[in-house]
Design a protein around this ligand. Structure first.
Ligand SMILES: Nc1ncnc2c1ncn2[C@@H]1O[C@H](COP(=O)(O)OP(=O)(O)O)[C@@H](O)[C@H]1O
Ligand SMILES: [Mg+2]
Length: 310
């Protein structure tokens, strides 16, 4: 995987001319490449060129329903944030290990979350490097017992991930947790360790039911653990301008006050590019052509990182 960001994108986010970016790259001799008249660079150059100071945060992506894009969006947002210079750690909690596979990581011989908890290891024992500034704690089928482990060992749900993350937190700007499609102990623990919970919903009836359940569950957690606020944001995914269902779901979200005030400004349009890149174990930022998938994920990532979005 070799994700790229163009100088045109850099100019846009910094609100300067492309020429100014080219000049900065040349003067400082930053590593860059050229293809079809476009100049692009990777994470290493981003850290120097942008010099963004990120507010450290832990984000979890969750909803009880499968197939709404948790893994796809975790992958794409992680890569985009990394291209803005953020040091990113992904944590795959889903026993399916789809995120792990999409990063082309083999989790057979490396500790996953359930091993870390069972054997009292530290999180860094499970961290695998994917590419420059991008790491993952992978997952495999053994994480199927993660919820049981958390329950049987009577592990404090509120502290378990926060404690595990503490020693590695300083190494990352963004920690992003891909959750399994349930409301079990591990998802609760992820929620309790998160600064932001992202709930991706798709224009389907069951997706809205899932959204309702997630809101309810988070309200329950707030009550049980006496927490003032858990920040959550709804991300509409697979939006299809051609279908009335997409319009209906979007307007029903907007009409619901509780949902409306917790929505991302951007939504992610349906795009074949997402499944296509997964098959090739690539990211949507591998190619340089402008696409809706790249644009949408870019805007969402900027909202998360608090980078200029106008
Ligand atoms: N915006 C989108 N447009 C088209 N396909 C998408 C989009 N988002 C996700 N997908 C596809 O939907 C399927 C399920 O996505 P996935 O991320 O695995 O969901 P989850 O992790 O919530 O189960 C995958 O095949 C993925 O490529
Ligand atoms: Mg998934």
């Amino acid at each position: 995987m070799a994700p790229k960001i163009t100088t045109a994108d850099a100019a846009q986010v910094l609100d300067v001319s492309v020429q100014a970016i080219h000049k900065k790259i040349k003067t400082n001799e930053f590593v860059h490449k050229k293809s079809q008249n476009r100049i692009y660079f990777e994470h290493e150059t981003s850290t120097k060129l942008f010099g963004f100071k990120f507010k450290r945060q832990v984000v979890s992506i969750q909803i009880v329903k499968g197939g709404t894009g948790k893994t796809t969006l975790t992958h794409a947002i992680a890569v985009r944030a990394n291209l803005y210079g953020a040091r990113v750690l992904c944590i795959d909690l889903d026993q399916q290990g789809n995120l792990t596979q999409s990063f082309n990581i083999n989790a057979a011989d490396t500790p996953v979350m359930v091993d870390i908890l069972e054997e009292g290891m530290s999180l860094s024992d499970g961290i695998v490097n994917v590419s420059s500034g991008l790491d993952i704690v992978p997952s495999r089928i053994d994480n199927a017992t993660l919820d049981n482990t958390l329950m049987l060992k009577r592990i404090n749900l509120q502290k378990v991930f926060t404690k595990l993350l503490e020693p590695v937190k300083k190494n990352y700007d963004l920690i992003i947790i891909d959750c399994p499609p349930n409301l079990g102990q591990s998802v609760s623990a992820a929620t309790l360790a998160s600064d932001l919970v992202i709930i991706p919903v798709t224009p389907e009836q069951f997706s809205i039911t899932g959204l309702k359940l997630s809101f309810q569950e988070i309200a329950n957690l707030k009550e049980s653990f006496d927490i003032k606020n858990i920040k959550l944001k709804i991300l509409l995914n697979k939006y299809d301008t051609r279908t009335s269902l997409s319009h209906e779901v979007l307007s029903s979200l907007i009409q619901n006050k509780k949902y409306h005030k917790n929505m991302f400004k951007t939504y992610i349009r349906i795009s074949q590019e997402f499944p296509n890149v997964t098959v090739n174990r690539e990211s949507i930022y591998e190619s340089l052509k402008t696409t809706s998938a790249k644009e949408d994920v870019d805007l969402v990532t900027r909202e998360i990182l608090n980078l200029k979005t106008a």
